[in-house]
Design a protein around this ligand. Sequence first.
Ligand code: FAD
Length: 525
Amino acid sequence: MEFALFCTRVNFLAFLLALSSPCKFIQSPMDFGPLKLLQTTNTASLDFGRIYFNTPSAVLRPQSPEEISVLLSLLSASSFCEATVAARGAGHSINGQAQALNGIVVEMDSLPSSIKIHRSADRTFGPSYADVSGGTLWVELLKETLRVGLTPRSWTDYLYLSIGGTLSNGGISGQTFKYGPQISNVIQLDVVTGSGELVTCSPSKSSDLFFAVLGGLGQFGIITSARILLQEAPHKVKWVRAFYDDFETFTKDQELLVVSMRDKVDYVEGFIVLNEGSLHSSSFAFPANMSSIFPQLFQQNTSSNIHYYCIEFAIYDQHDKKGFINVGQVLEEISNKMSFMSSLVSSVEVPYFDFLNRVNIEEVNLRRIGLWDVAHPWLNMFVPKAGITKFRDLMLQTISASPTFEGPILLYPILKDKWNSNSSAVLPDSEDNVVYIVGMLRSANPNTCSQQCLENLLQQNHQIAKTAIDPGMGIGGKQYLPHYTQEEQWRAHFGGKWQRFLARKSDFDPQNILAPGQAIFKRKY
Ligand code: FAD
């Protein structure tokens, strides 16, 4: 439908009157021609963090990108109203980033899901890709591409996140060292800017908007469609866990895998084995006897406070130029160069889909015992190679006060040169190409953790993040999925990229309408 024609169908006057001060939508659901705003929904003020519950004044469940465009055009043209707009993908933020206090939440899951796959017969004619709508979940994209033997290259650990939501941050997992984050694997976007303009952008067309939106925390536009790079999908995955009792050896082996072995290995992560619970996380495929070894080791070491570490890596059974690779041979070649504790290595072979969908099995288990929909005081940090040992010490000293740490601590290296510095995403300003991503993914079990306990966990996170980013502490960290409330904190977070971020904001969302839950800018009207 022509945009102009569409606009004339909106009852403009009624809309503007309703938006006029005090600009609340609390009386009744409103129907402005084709724009139907709901008073609220069960999901609009809820996210995975369950720490913030900001209530919007209205919710739009759009049926097309044009509806989002009409909403933003009207809001940016109205000088009466201070309503903000937050796109909500799957709502898996931790700190209310997809919420809009007294504003309008646009629930992206209502956009008709569309996945169009283009298979390239020959790489010389360009890559295979999928055009996918912004509210679609990654798991839906995976299922659809696998039907034709293709797959996206770069993942998050959990697949029930929306395309638009992860592209607004980065999208990191064990494939990031090899292909870069998800934002490095997109070649075109359809975006509705804060002024309501519908723009198709790419590295060669409206490139400033393209790069602004990638990792842009929802500040510059709402992604309604993305073109995602695809490659041939493997059938099976050899998934390996190798254990260490020495942090230096653990990180040295991780770096060996992502730097020297990067052509042979397809996935590299790692975690700290703090307690028995650490071994159960996403470990559905591993034999139970692995965890039976550890209680003895924990008992032996209770006084010495030794921690164990685990590298997870995977090899896909796919073609190389000479035909199918011999996974067993590659595994042997890799293992011979590593220095894990000799008796503590285990490998399994699982279907590719199950491997990628491993966290969902954890989700099903946690839902069964009522521990999925609980508060999640998570902290994610990027830490340069040079600061990782200090950061490990800081983290373990701080959390040793909490004897029953619930949730995994992920720690693995990525490579900076796989990130496009034109994007809005922020990495540490370190010299070294190797940077670690560390995720302290805690759950606050309501049976054992009161509101005060949750506050304490949040305070610990705050303390760790503050120390890790303090230039005087020699760690040089940056938050991933950042949460700040004051402008000077955001300025420090973006560092040398702050002026560019400001300029892009004034180009694409000059009235600061978008993504108020990030608390970076105040609405202008
Ligand atoms: P939402 O929470 O809905 O939104 C996040 C932000 O993006 C908000 O500011 C929102 O306004 C904006 N936004 C949403 N949709 C759009 C859109 N279409 N256009 C523009 N802006 C939009 N991250 C990783 O990188 N790697 C992981 O392995 C990983 N694992 C996770 C596992 C779990 C269980 C959870 C809860 C989170 C995980 N995350 C991971 C974090 C996750 O990638 C981010 O929280 C992401 O934003 C979630 O996507 P979402 O669709 O739920 O976004």
